[in-house]
Design a protein. Structure first.
Length: 155
């Protein structure tokens, strides 16, 4: 197939250039980060709730409105409700490095820091988790209740 030195040079150059290009594109994609502008419509409660339903495989054909999202958080157990509507999208599967709910191994070191440190991590945001875990309208008490609910799964 390769019959001339010119063809050999082209094949050798392509053998380096193509994988290098693919690697650079993958690195660019991974390091491009998440542009989470809290004022954008993509970060509204309804948009977040809709994406979480898609992640959980429960997407409905009806759009999720803000009133439905707010009323879901304001049920008898706000911690469990907030976890089910917001937190589980990442914590159930360990998406983006989120510690999986119920996994004693990954929560051990975090528990040693104390609940107040965990509360502040969620309220202020940490690593890829946005402030308030993305539940921008949740109160501090609701956030703390959701953290407490997640910790209760470890027992």
């Amino acid at each position: 197939m390769i019959s001339t030195p010119k063809q050999l040079v082209i094949v050798v150059l392509l053998a380096f250039a193509v994988p290098l290009t693919v690697i650079l594109l993958v690195v660019q994609f991974i390091t491009s980060g998440i542009n989470a502008d809290p004022n954008s419509s993509a970060m509204s409660d309804a948009a977040i709730a809709e994406r979480m339903q898609v992640l959980n495989g429960n997407a409905s054909t009806q759009s999720v409105n803000k009133a439905a999202s707010d009323s879901a958080i304001a049920v008898a157990d706000p911690g469990e409700s907030l976890y089910n509507t917001v937190c589980q999208a990442c914590h159930a599967a360990g998406i983006a490095g989120a510690p999986k709910t119920g996994d004693q191994t990954v929560w051990g070191a975090r528990l040693e820091l104390g609940n107040d440190v965990l509360y502040q991590s969620v309220i202020k945001g940490k690593n890829l988790m946005p402030a308030r875990g993305g539940a921008t309208n949740a109160s501090d008490d609701d956030i703390k209740a959701a953290v407490d609910f997640m910790l209760s799964t470890l027992q």
